[in-house]
Design a binder for this molecule. Sequence first.
Ligand SMILES: [Zn+2]
Length: 505
Amino acid sequence: MANVGIGEIPEEFKNKNPGKDLLDIIPIELIREFKAFVFDKKDNTIHIGAEDPELEALRLYLKNTFPGKIVWYKAKEEDVNFILENYAIDFKQEILSLLNTDLEKKGLVSDLIDLTISYALVQKVSDVHIEPTAEEIRVRFRIDGLLYKMFSIPLSLQSEMITRFKVLANLKIDESRRPQEGRIDRKLFTGILLRISIVPTLFGEKVVMRVMDDSNKDLNLEDLGFSQQHQEIISKNIDKPYGMILVSGPTGSGKTTTLYCLLQLLKKDGVNISTLEDPIEYALQGVNQIQINKRVDLTFSSGLRALLRQDPDVIMVGEVRDSETAIMASDAAMTGHLVFSTVHTNNAPSVFIRLLEMGVEDFVIASTINFIIAQRLVRRICPDCAEKKPLDKAIVKKIMNHEGILSVLKNKYGMDERSLHKNAFVTGKGCETCIHSGYSGRIGIYELLDVNKKIHDMILAKRPAADIKEALKESGYVDMVEDGVDKVMKGITTFPEVIRTTKDT
Ligand SMILES: [Zn+2]
């Protein structure tokens, strides 16, 4: 079907908006997913730039939707980003001009919702909040963990908007007193799914849409931000046939993504992998995923009990949050299964204490845990507006009050207050791409606790987390603060991000 011309996109087409007609041949969600776009069309031949012109899903899509000839070109990441940015600006303008017309009379509310969803997708948001206040309906996007107000909608459109969302998500239209949940399948071909939650508030029903995107499912440890040293600990331990691998951190710290990535490392034909999740964030090929459903009494513990009768080799339990699940999961690990899960603690050494509190016996903990990851997500400096400049005085002051960061700077990088004032560090100036925040995307900072003989003995002696941390430090343990400082030094993130996210470690 295709003419493979493979070369780079010709200069004359670079940094040029191909226009709506051409861009519509591959819809926006697919440009984002396939990292490919149409930049030229002559007669019945289209010219496509793609980061991976061999991508099977992309070729299949075009085969089914475009009858003509295709000439392929290799696109760079920045070429695709340019297109996405242009889309974002277009969407915002379209929304604003739509809001200037008499929307209600023209029956354009559903257009407004479609545009809002598309706009959210190109901005790579994780959530969209549509919330009525006393004066207006506020639309906010969560991007890289923070909420930004994008635009507002007149209150007069509230009831029609809510009805439209309920129709899209298959919810009860006449129910407005109780919370409802549903989902919108945006398009057959993409991995994008929108989870919708509607809750009554003082000023009317509020909608939150969460973007569930499985187009990133091929992430590897390096993309997630694991350092070389941490990757080595993982590869040394991941092949053990049984035991427990735990990931800890607060909600929204990227634990599930890490677990998915670890499961990918294990996925082989001879292994039966089953998961219990709440919610299933995206579909993993070759893995049996089970959604927790309390209404039918399918909980983590009852699900785990049932799963153990299904001859699993590898089990992922979304979260260990009660003692029944904790005990059952560690028993499974003792009896020849490899168990993955998450625990809600501030750092890796505290996981032992948490499990003890939940009633797991010390010898079970000491002998089943292979390794523990603790993590946070920091925002990445926007590559489009990154520059090197000296730190603000206020930031230096904050660093001087931060024992953890100071000791890494002093011991690892030989820096003191004077060099903090003198040196230049990478930061984002703020630009259109990053909505003037100076940041774009997020990356993990980690600590990785490998349960060796010494730690094993300390758990049995029920030593407190602080003692364990001390012993770890002596043997070269890199904690989240140190991993964060390393990423500041590499120009990936900033000191304020590390301080903000590691306050409670
Ligand atoms: Zn920027």
